[in-house]
Design a protein. Sequence first.
Length: 308
Amino acid sequence: MTISSAPGKIILFGEHAVVYGRPALAVPVTQVHADVELSDSDRAGIWIDAPDVNLLAELNTLPSDHPLASVIHNFLFLARVSPFPNLLIKIASTIPVASGLGSGAAVSVALVRALSAHLDKQMTDTEVNAFAYEIEKLHHGTPSGIDNTVITYSKPVYFVREQPMETFRVGEPFTIVIGDTGIPAPTKESVSDVRQLWMNDNARWEAVFDGVADVSFAARRVIEEGWVDMLGTLMDENHALLQQMTVSSPELDRLVEAARSAGALGAKMSGGGRGGNMIALVDAEMAETVAKSLKEAGAKNTIITQVS
Ligand code: PMV
């Protein structure tokens, strides 16, 4: 039997602008994860058992563009696995779907790693990352590649599209509270809406993306130097720029405001937006208080995580 696990992630700075070549910072969130357990089976075929999405099916009965089937088909094809083995693939995930925590990329990474290990087709991290990016492209249109990168390497990532992966140092650990609006929001739609804005007024949105880039540059420096006090303001600035891009929502804004009122040092939405998650920077001893206020303001779930 082979098991594999991949973490969730949050984007600290730079979502959306990253699609247009600006830098973004993302970190893994190990409190949530996708887990794959793969074993040889007596039953003919490749059976997928994913109770979280109510799925128990043989691979060939699924449409070829099914997210799980596409990972398995593409892997078997690229790794030239023939004949297909009889397998049971169990998939479970605690990462909420379509919420900006990288559930799709985490399942792809865990699944391809389990398949490559079980079938003795070794893959480097670079290959796993490239594979997961191709899968992201199938389902998300024009992804920047940040999700698959931070999840594959499970390290803080300073990400610039089509550049080699770069990690960054965390000078002083800091605490983030994640608040989930509970509203699933497909990233594809918000990314496509931002593209529409950009096409209608290129100069205006390029300037907004440059504003985000300035925030991300500054944030990297601040995090590396351990100047945590300055990070909150940068988050607030980034949230205001995301609001301009129309990708925040009343629910996200309410949680961001609630976190700030409860004593967070700064807060912003995280990921594609319109729903999904927001993040708040807090002093460690304030984490529970801020999490409680987020729940009172409507958060369906909160996670406290340390970036270190
Ligand atoms: O997958 P999400 O919701 O965390 O969003 C990814 C971040 C975007 O910048 C909005 C899109 C992308 O591909 O980078």
